[in-house]
Write a protein that binds this ligand. Structure first.
Ligand code: IPD
Ligand code: CA
Ligand code: CA
Length: 271
């Protein structure tokens, strides 16, 4: 039997090839919520991942975004996002991934994020480090927001109730820049790889972030919610960074949450 991370990597590579096939042919999308897209590629990838997980680890429970999982009562539970970044994918924008992670009795122990467009496989195992295509990953050394490149995301569901644009505005005025990549798995993997210094999002699902959290922790970074409470997968609000920025980011979130906007919205252009 392969190790958990080997099994997950093998499955992610197979799902990634399938997703590339669909990507090159541009698939139709359907709406599963007001602004929430789904495609036949999401479903086909999920079917492949779940079938392969059941072959390799038949006793394990599986939670999969499109509903194809199963509960076995096992202490081992996989979180599967068969296509993370569906909106990008459906528009032909090349930033999406397949990600899966394993939790044992509530603790993340293995996770992978595969980006088939760049051929980058990010993999982490608890206590054994984080790697990209076999090369060890370390978080960045930026120690001030003023010298950082940050990234965030906006969920597709209930987006009219999401306050993130205010945080985006404030932090974009303070950092070198704030990216919105559109695929949380890659965004988090990039924090682990030191390509981004920090990431946050309000309203993530466990399958969006499970592998990314382990990658960041194993690469020397820190994950919590925006009030520095210990992060667990049931908590949808994630602040993840290289550790050196954590204190300053927490202070920024606290002051923005209190309505202390240091950079008020400028007067709109008169058109
Ligand atoms: C979405 C992406 C996006 C994030 C959303 C997620 P999906 O995942 O990761 O970057 O901002 O919150 O829902 O729906 O494409 O799997
Ligand atoms: Ca996702
Ligand atoms: Ca998805």
């Amino acid at each position: 039997m392969p190790s958990f991370v080997e099994g997950a990597s093998e499955i992610a590579l197979a799902a990634g090839s399938l997703l590339r096939y669909f990507f090159e042919r541009r698939v139709q999308f359907e709406m599963k919520g007001d602004y929430d897209l789904v495609t036949e590629a999401d479903r086909a990838s999920e079917k492949l991942v779940v079938e392969k997980l059941r072959e390799l680890f038949p006793c394990h429970s599986i939670v999969a975004e499109e509903g194809g999982g199963l509960e076995t009562g096992s202490d081992y539970r996989w979180y599967v996002d068969p296509l993370d970044g569906t909106t990008n994918f459906a528009h032909g924008y090349p930033a999406w991934n397949v990600t899966l992670a394993l939790e044992k009795a509530g603790e993340l122990i293995a996770g992978v994020v595969f980006d088939p467009v760049r051929g980058e496989l990010f993999a982490a195992e608890l206590g054994a480090g984080a790697f990209m295509n076999g090369r060890r990953l370390n978080v960045s050394k930026a120690s001030r927001i003023a010298e950082s490149l940050l990234c965030t995301g906006f969920p597709n569901h209930n987006r009219q109730t999401n306050p993130n644009i205010h945080y985006f505005h404030e932090l974009a005025m303070s950092a070198h820049g704030v990216r919105r990549g559109g695929s949380a798995g890659i965004d988090l993997a990039y924090v682990a790889a030191g390509r981004l210094d920090g990431f946050w999002e309000f309203g993530l699902s466990p399958w969006d972030m499970a592998a990314g959290i382990l990658l960041i922790q194993e690469a020397g970074g820190v994950c919590s919610d925006m009030a520095n409470r210990t992060h667990h997968l049931k908590s949808p609000h994630l602040l993840a960074d290289n550790g050196l920025l954590h204190g300053e980011l927490l202070a920024a979130f606290e002051s923005i949450s209190k309505g202390d906007f240091r950079h008020p919205m400028p007067t709109p252009y008169a058109l």
